[in-house]
Ligand binder design. Sequence first.
Ligand SMILES: C[S@@+](CC[C@H](N)C(=O)[O-])C[C@H]1O[C@@H](n2cnc3c(N)ncnc32)[C@H](O)[C@@H]1O
Length: 216
Amino acid sequence: MRYRVRGLDIRSENAAKPHMQRSQAVVQYLRRLNPAESVLDFGCGKLRYADLIAKLGTQALLVDSQIQLTRKQRVRGKMSTVADVAISLYSNVKVLASEKLDSVRDRYDIVTCINVLSVIPDRAALREALRTIRRLTKRSGFAVFVNQHRNTYFKQFAGGTPHLFGHLYQGRNGASYYGIMTKERVEKLLRRAGFTIGTSWNDREINFVEAYPVVT
Ligand SMILES: C[S@@+](CC[C@H](N)C(=O)[O-])C[C@H]1O[C@@H](n2cnc3c(N)ncnc32)[C@H](O)[C@@H]1O
């Protein structure tokens, strides 16, 4: 997804890491979840955890921006697109551009949102993403938000311009934003977006927050 912030173009799709760089804490968490009928991964990136998401749900929907899903890039070792690789690897998976989520009426048992909140440099877009996730989560289901509150890149980013929950940073490949999403910060944003907090914990530099849509 592309954002325009303080005169800078932020190409958040460039923040997605490849399959080889997985967090073991996230892998173990996804493996331990009970399988569900339907799973939605919001901000699937370059399919880093897609195999586990596909195993978790009888059906799974992978969502990211149109540009992330359709641009040619190296995905799971070959030059292709995220959409094509996902469909060819997993028979129970569909992909959808987040720009089209307004038309989705289905709700999902589990919604995963892994390392996405930290790349959204705009408060209104962040609120919109959380409200969309709440709408797409079944009343009997839950959404899980995984974020990093510390990592080796933070020092480099801290040299940039303070913005929202982190910094804007001008690198060799353009501008980027990294927000430091602590567990407490994520919980506060989720409450404001209409979730109640279930279980939440820190696992070294990563935090997990499981949240339930408030029934109104
Ligand atoms: C750091 S990557 C994480 C990708 C993947 N979840 C992972 O952990 O490997 C962040 C992803 O969020 C996507 N993204 C940013 N804003 C978004 C939005 N508003 N809706 C959907 N995806 C978004 C970006 O395109 C990017 O692929």
